[in-house]
Design a protein around this ligand. Structure first.
Ligand code: GLA
Length: 737
């Protein structure tokens, strides 16, 4: 068991070879944070080490005035008793008081990890992979029991946290804030790295210095959003990709979130993260419980590459559930950019046949196959086939696609409805809409009220009919607008604060039912591209369409940023047509493929339209990807040079035994008579010889110490190229015969 408990001191030390997380009973009887960071001796007693005495104008917690909550490092701080920083939770009681005070009552330790009811969460494959510590606290006045859960994974520098609330009294309580974690940092010599953007430029990393005051990233869009991602890094100022201390926090949640930093007057800062408390209000009747989502907290002392590699390994092994877990992903061909909604069966089969000829494995039929869906003004909600386009239905088409020798995949957008749809005409009260107010549309559609189980049931039945009567091996689940008027019709006023969270719980429940019913389907999530790319979604759908922006040059930035918090196996990436539909930029088809292969890989164009010469190259790309996709998707990724800093960007993947590696270098603009440049490699065996693209041979130590020239080892390739070019180097460990 990786937890050392000192009963007399009431100290709990969770540890593995990389990290220590120590908490214990504080002077106020609540739980105090004692240490979090690099592994320290588990016998160390820390009681009193962090306790801070009262200062002028503080409101001390004890008569001796030796402890002030405002200066303490607190594990799950409450509101109203002298800690003036943001609380981790708030409970409004029937008399209107929001004051609570949690007192530690008991603990429990067990092997493994329990599921969180109704929510996605990391899991163990065997009980001995992790140890869970449960600390039960109680507020005597409100009669609420709060349990803090910690799971430490043996083989990862990772600890997960979540919290549950239970009302043990008779009066109804209202949870108005229920965050998943609080971490109080002792000093503020740190930076925050946030992943920000918008549609088409998702998850750009942005570093902000932590200074006194409040900074936060959040979503109030009803989905995790392309604007700010529910993954952040807190790093020491000198930490870079290759060295230094950093902590990554992934919230396993897909709805409104908040990550907040509050740096106060006494040094240090408070980090809290969880469901966004804005407009959140959850009534708790007698014996009712509420569970917060989980946070995955990853620690490193070895730089951001190490941080990401651990997150990647963890998500691939302990979060993703699917028959495709740790399996190479099928190379797909999607018709969206080729046809949009303007297709018929003949056109689709023609595209699919050409895909088969190129070596593609899965054909995906995108938007436009159902209801009266000929443009985006109509049809959403009517999940029955449009027989004008597909006379033999999805079942007939899927069989024909199978006969061609391809698997068949289908696009759905089950959370939405158009005004012009049979579903809306029959159930106008099934959309989120405020009484007597205009309904704000997004992409001409409204959001179905998934906080109502009957809506979820209805959609499930409709989808079940389509899926069970066809041969479907993949589903792309889209979500193309944010929630605006978040109001559930015909639901009492005091239940409206539940709607955002119940909505996403409804989405999770539909996912769960479909996965249970159709366990062999590979799900890919999508929200106008990367608008809901988060750890919660990955629990249901192991891959996500990374961005609607398929321009290769833009994709280097988007995929690079995404790789900080999410594995390459989860990054949906396709080669699309040139000039690109989003940017108008022209790029060679090999350069487009060289970025898509750092992802799930596929095509988003009509291969009948490419030249014969390009088609031959597509065949080679697919052959190449089939050979190396295991390495791309599950190898150890090293970011070598950031596209946000230089004209050339680079990253590489290395196999587990280090015998094989692939390095990619991308150059943005061509520069005349450019400076010489070398990129230092990572993760190779120092004293092994590597053969590069079957040409030059160098020892791993040289390649890591001095790097490879961006103009070598082949011809002066940069000299002869255009803007937005790339090169790929395959490094094979040389075996002397
Ligand atoms: C979204 C998706 C696209 C495509 C369209 C279809 O924009 O991100 O990939 O599926 O919807 O309407």
């Amino acid at each position: 068991m990786a937890v050392k408990i000192n009963d007399s001191e009431k100290q709990f030390h969770l540890y593995n070879s990389k990290l220590s997380y120590v908490i214990g009973e504080g002077p106020d009887g609540g739980i105090e944070q004692l240490y979090f960071g690099k592994r320290i001796n588990e016998n160390q007693i820390l009681k009193g080490y962090q306790t801070r005495c009262g200062r002028p104008l503080c409101c001390p917690a004890n008569e001796e005035e030796t402890y002030s909550k405002e200066l303490g490092l607190r594990e799950y701080p409450s509101f109203g008793t002298g800690d003036f920083r943001g609380a981790a939770y708030e409970i409004c009681q029937e008399n209107g008081s929001r004051v609570t005070e949690l007192v530690f009552k008991s603990y429990e330790v067990c092997s493994g990890k329990k599921k969180i009811p109704g929510l996605p969460a990391s899991y163990v494959n065997n009980e001995d992979e992790a140890t869970t510590l449960k600390l039960t606290c109680f507020d005597e006045v409100a009669k609420v029991e709060v349990v803090l859960y910690y799971t430490l994974f043996e083989n990862y520098p990772i600890i997960t946290r979540n919290v549950s609330f239970k009302n043990l009294g008779k009066e109804e309580l209202k949870l108005t804030k229920a965050l998943s974690c609080c971490i109080d940092f002792f000093d503020n010599e740190y930076d925050l790295v946030q992943f920000e953007g918008a549609w088409g430029r998702e998850r750009y990393p942005k570093i902000r210095a932590i200074e006194k005051g409040i900074m936060q990233v959040e979503s109030m869009r009803g989905h995790s959003s392309p604007n700010f991602n529910p993954f952040v890094i807190i790093k020491r100022k000198n930490t870079d990709e290759f060295q230094g201390e950093a902590i990554g926090i992934n919230l396993v949640y897909s709805g409104n979130f908040l990550a907040r930093i509050e740096a106060g007057s006494f040094g240090g800062f408070r980090f809290t993260m969880g469901i966004n408390p804005t407009w959140f209000q959850w009534p708790l009747g007698e014996n009712e419980e509420f569970y917060t989502p989980e946070v995955i907290i990853t620690y490193t002392n070895d730089g951001l590459n190490d941080l990401s590699q651990n997150i990647h390994r963890f998500m691939n092994n302990q979060l993703v559930r699917s028959p495709y877990k740790n399996k190479p992903r099928p190379i797909l061909l999607n018709n969206w950019e080729a046809t949009e909604m303007n297709f018929d069966e003949e056109k689709i089969l023609k595209i699919a046949r050409k895909g088969k000829e190129a070596g593609v494995e899965l054909f995906v039929l995108d938007d436009g196959w159902f209801g009266k869906r000929n443009n985006d003004y109509a049809g959403l909600g009517d999940w029955f086939v449009n027989t004008d386009k597909l006379p033999d239905g999805i079942s007939g088409l899927s069989k024909k696609i199978n006969e061609i020798g391809l698997d068949f995949g289908l696009w759905i957008e089950p959370e939405m409805v158009n005004e012009d749809s049979d579903l809306y005409r029959a159930h106008p009260d099934w959309v989120l809409a405020a009484p007597n107010r205009k309904k704000t549309l997004g992409r001409h559609q409204m959001v179905l009220d998934y906080s109502k189980p009957e809506v979820v049931d209805y959609i499930y039945d409709m989808l079940h009919k389509v899926i069970s009567t066809a041969s479907i091996s993949y589903i792309k689940w889209d979500m193309n607008r944010a929630i605006t008027e978040c109001y559930s019709q015909n639901v009492p006023a005091d239940r409206q604060g539940m709607v955002y969270h119940k909505y996403i719980m409804g989405v999770y429940s539909l996912y769960e039912r479909l996965i249970q019913e159709f366990p062999n389907i590979l799900f890919e999530s999508c929200a106008s591209g990367g608008g809901r790319f988060d750890a919660g979604m990955l629990y249901y759908a192991p891959q996500a369409w990374c961005s609607d922006d398929t321009d290769g040059h833009e994709r280097v930035k988007i995929q690079y940023g995404t790789s900080y918090g999410y594995p390459i196996s989860s990054i949906g990436a396709h080669v699309s047509a040139s000039p690109n539909q989003q940017t108008g930029r022209t790029m060679d088809i090999d350069d487009r493929a060289n970025i898509a292969c750092f992802g799930t890989f596929g095509y988003e164009l009509d291969l009948n339209e490419v030249s014969e010469e390009e088609f031959e190259r597509v065949k080679k790309q697919i052959e190449f990807m089939k050979k190396y996709r295991g390495l791309f998707q599950y190898g150890t990724l090293y970011r070598l040079q950031s596209p946000f800093e230089k004209n050339t960007a680079s990253w590489m993947v290395v196999s587990e035994d280090k015998s094989l590696a692939i390095v990619a270098i991308y150059r943005s603009l061509k520069t005349p008579n450019d400076e010489l440049e070398r990129i230092k490699l990572q993760g190779l065996t120092e004293n092994a010889i590597y053969e590069i693209n079957h040409k030059e041979m160098y020892y791993g130590d040289l390649l890591m110490a001095q790097g490879i020239g961006t103009m070598e080892p082949a011809e002066n390739w940069f000299e002869s190229d255009n803007d937005f070019t790339s090169r790929m180097f395959i490094l094979e460990q040389h075996v002397t015969k």
